[in-house]
Ligand binder design. Structure first.
Ligand code: ATP
Ligand code: MG
Length: 759
């Protein structure tokens, strides 16, 4: 059996599997079999060394990577029990479900996503009378996340005194409200686990004793709080094995610290370092080209990465007139490949920003090529899905204030913002939002009409709580959607919405809810509980829904491509300002990170790589003329076809223009995010040269299908209830309508998506 597990590995990989000491670092380039060696090591520990599976914890970067690793382990181990294989976040949830009561939370805590987070921050800003113009909720969220990634509580931030005291105070209030709501955000999952282990020695020791082996993949992208967690989980007997590639560190912008990998042998004296040098994934051409790009980075440990694979095809460099042309080229080429017998699931198209995906999608649809896109708006973040899930969240954790606020007037029950505010005032005293509803009723805090409506809502929720005990999850969900008139209202909208888009939109939402119910069916058929369901959903990223067995092309950002491999890869938008992205203008360190991202992208390809750039590209409504990416110029000419004169490339050492955003501290980061939000065009650097005014297409927009919507017309909206049209402005896709709603007052909506019905 030993032979079987070791046979499929080369000499250094075998050493990594057999290594018996307590600290091991596998530091090696892309495609060199790090993940494979790590997986085999786990199998070997269980099979050969008799380590019980429950004493092993393997950490991966995404849920998808975890699922893949589990699959590989099943193949290697057969019926044997599997160890913990999960992301840091999922591991922390498991630990916290058992231990969080030590910190004064309840085990039924809710996990807040970024929407919930923003909603709460908005409320806090409002309470503190800070206008959103002065401090964007998103900027505040970035500040808080950044602090959490560095393992800093509000108290720790205050002690360090490097950040703006107002921001720290908001962070403190935010944490307070989260705790009241018995809720944790993503950053908390890690931070609170660290806090748990730091504060309660017994618990820490217990977990240290439990895990004899801790293995971490993609170690170069761990942040400070993750590193701390690793240290806290590592007792004197723990065997640590970390795996990574400093050249693939691409999450520095999110707090990852490459020093974690480069300084590992400092913190763990005597750590064994094993280097893998043979790449099994890519052709020699692809490997040489990728290496040539990443080699330009100054601050880098030299590596020797070679392959026995054949040279294969040269890299195809495509120059297109504009982004539409680029998309058309890709779709046409994919069709051609398909006719040649290539499988669509073997093809991936990568881009730097999500905004680039739309034209690609359209081109693929135009040629009837099935595709799956990752990123974009996550399924579980969609409005109707969140509405539905917030009902469940409120049932499971009635203290979850954000969920309850979301559904109290969705669908419209005539409960307005003022009533909700009045209830919220009692939230702390009552110990949760639902309890505050009761208290407000008891104390007669609300007007007669509002009282009646709130009572109706409370009774409805109580009724659902009773059903929770006896109904299977999908049926409960279906009944909630029916009894609250949520689906009936959408069904009506599919017939009666005022615009064709509105009708289509309603149909899409119903389909999504169907999918949600199907997902729940599947979950309970695996004996999962409601709590587990909500947990899975909260930790799910779109990448996790990736099913590689289905015959379709994959579309994703370069960042999400990490760790994956595809026989045929297209990297699009290889233009200055886009890739390297203009944000890399902040300095050489950022430019280095873009370069590593390029290396990651290129090394995903096994057999053939396509690189494309467009001479002009429409972004945020204007044409941008960007020269080809400097990364293209770094690839030896002999490895490319379609190569053009080098004079068209920018000098490869010149940095993109530096914007003077202060980023020396967290407050600086806030400024940066705020500045970028205010000026969306800053998203992409526009060279001063060659600008021709953009041809306006607005005159060509189709006339709006407004179904005869007129000023003064009575309309109905799923969430806000009935109202009167006060103003119409703009045309086509951009037509906006201002409506006075009885429940919430005046709202300005994009007509296309408002889903309005005659009132
Ligand atoms: P990345 O840096 O992109 O995460 P990696 O170092 O983790 O890459 P793997 O994904 O483990 O590399 O391996 C890359 C490819 O090479 C996989 O298809 C894997 O099955 C194959 N491979 C790895 N080691 C060997 C080996 N010894 N013999 C044959 N194939 C191998
Ligand atoms: Mg890997």
């Amino acid at each position: 059996m030993t032979d079987e597990l070791l046979e499929a590995l080369n000499e250094p990989q075998q050493q990594a599997v057999l290594y018996d000491g307590t600290a091991l670092l596998m530091l090696a380039g892309a495609g060199s079999g790090k993940t494979r060696a790590l997986t085999h090591r786990v199998a070997h520990l269980i099979r050969q060394r008799g380590v019980p599976a429950w004493r092993i914890m393997a950490v991966t970067f995404t849920n998808k990577a975890a699922a893949e690793m589990r699959e590989r382990l099943v193949a290697l181990l057969g019926q044997d029990k599997l160890p913990w294989v999960a992301t840091f976040h999922a591991s922390c949830v498991r630990i916290l479900r058992q231990e969080i009561e030590h910190l004064g939370y309840n085990r039924d805590f809710t996990i807040y996503d970024d929407q919930d987070q923003l909603r709460l921050l908005r409320e806090l800003l409002k309470q503190r009378k800070i206008p959103e113009k002065e401090l964007k909720p998103r900027a505040l969220a970035a500040f808080i996340d950044h602090a959490k990634n560095r393992g800093l509580t509000p108290q720790a931030c205050a002690q360090q005194q490097i950040d703006d005291p107002d921001l720290i105070e908001l962070y403190r209030l935010y944490q307070l409200r989260m705790k009241q709501g018995n809720a944790l955000d993503f950053g908390d999952l890690l931070l609170v686990t660290v806090q748990l282990f730091e504060e309660i020695a017994d618990v820490r020791r217990r977990w240290q004793d439990r895990f004899a082996h801790l293995l971490i993949d993609e170690f170069q992208d761990t942040n400070r709080v993750q590193y701390r967690l690793m240290q806290l989980l590592t007792g004197p007997q723990t065997h640590l094995c970390v795996v990574g590639d400093d050249d693939q560190s691409i999450y520095r912008w999110r707090g990852a610290e490459v020093s974690n990998i480069l300084g590992f042998d400092r913190d763990y004296a005597g750590a064994r370092i094993i280097r893998l040098e043979q790449n099994y994934r890519s052709t020699r051409t692809i490997l040489d080209a990728a290496t040539a790009v990443v080699e330009k980075n100054s601050d880098r440990r030299a590596k020797n990465l070679w392959t026995d694979n054949p040279s294969g095809d040269v890299i195809h460099l495509e120059t297109s007139a504009d982004d539409l042309d680029e998309a058309r080229f890709i779709a046409t080429e994919i069709s051609r490949l398909q006719r040649q017998g290539e499988a669509l699931r073997d093809i991936a198209v990568f881009y730097r920003t999500n905004a680039q995906s739309r034209v690609l999608e359209e081109a693929l649809r135009g040629q009837r090529i099935p595709y799956a896109m990752f990123g974009g708006v996550k399924f579980y973040a969609r409005q109707e899905i969140k509405d539905a899930l917030c009902y469940l969240r409120t049932l499971v954790n009635p203290a979850d204030g954000m969920a309850a606020r979301r559904i109290i007037n969705t669908p419209a029950r005539g409960i307005g913002a003022a009533t909700i505010e009045r209830i919220a005032e009692l939230e702390t005293e009552a110990g949760g939002f639902m309890a505050a509803c009761h208290l407000a009723l008891e104390r007669n805090r609300l007007g007669a009409a509002a009282s009646r409506r709130v009572r109706g809502f409370v009774e409805l929720m109580e009724d659902f709580t009773r059903r929770l005990a006896r109904l299977p999850l999908p049926q409960l969900m279906a009944e909630i959607l029916q009894d609250t008139s949520y689906t009936p209202a959408l069904q009506e909208e599919t017939q009666q919405a005022l615009t064709a888009d509105g009708r289509q939109e309603a149909k899409g939402r119903l389909d999504n809810l169907e999918q949600l119910l199907a997902g729940m069916e599947e979950h309970i058929s695996n004996d999962g509980s409601l709590q587990e369901y909500l947990e899975q959903v909260a930790l799910m990223t779109d990448l996790d829904q990736h099913d590689s067995s289905i015959e379709r092309v994959t579309l994703m950002t370069l960042h999400s491509a990490k760790g994956l491999e595809y026989p045929l890869v297209f990297i699009t938008g290889m233009e200055e300002g886009l890739f390297p992205h203009s944000r890399s203008g902040n300095g050489n360190a950022d430019l280095d990170e873009e370069r590593r991202l390029c290396y990651v992208g290129m090394t995903r390809a096994m057999r053939k790589l396509y690189l494309s750039h467009a001479r002009r590209r429409r972004m945020y409504g204007t044409w941008q003329f960007n020269p080809p990416s400097r990364f293209l110029a770094d690839i030896p000419v002999a490895l490319l076809t379609g190569y053009r004169a080098p004079s068209t490339f920018p000098v490869s050492t010149s940095a993109a223009p530096a914007s003077q955003h202060p980023t020396h501290n967290l407050a600086g980061l806030v400024d940066l995010v705020a500045a970028e939000e205010m000026d969306q065009s800053a998203e992409v650097y526009i060279p001063q040269q060659k600008g021709r005014p953009a041809p306006s297409t607005s005159s060509a927009d189709p006339p709006a299908d407004t179904g005869g919507l007129r000023l003064g017309a009575r309309v109905r909206h799923l969430k806000f209830g009935s109202g009167v049209v006060r103003r119409l402005e703009g045309s086509g896709d951009k037509q906006k309508v201002t409506i006075y709603f009885n429940s919430v007052g005046t709202k300005k909506l994009l007509l296309k998506f408002a889903g309005l019905m005659p009132g």
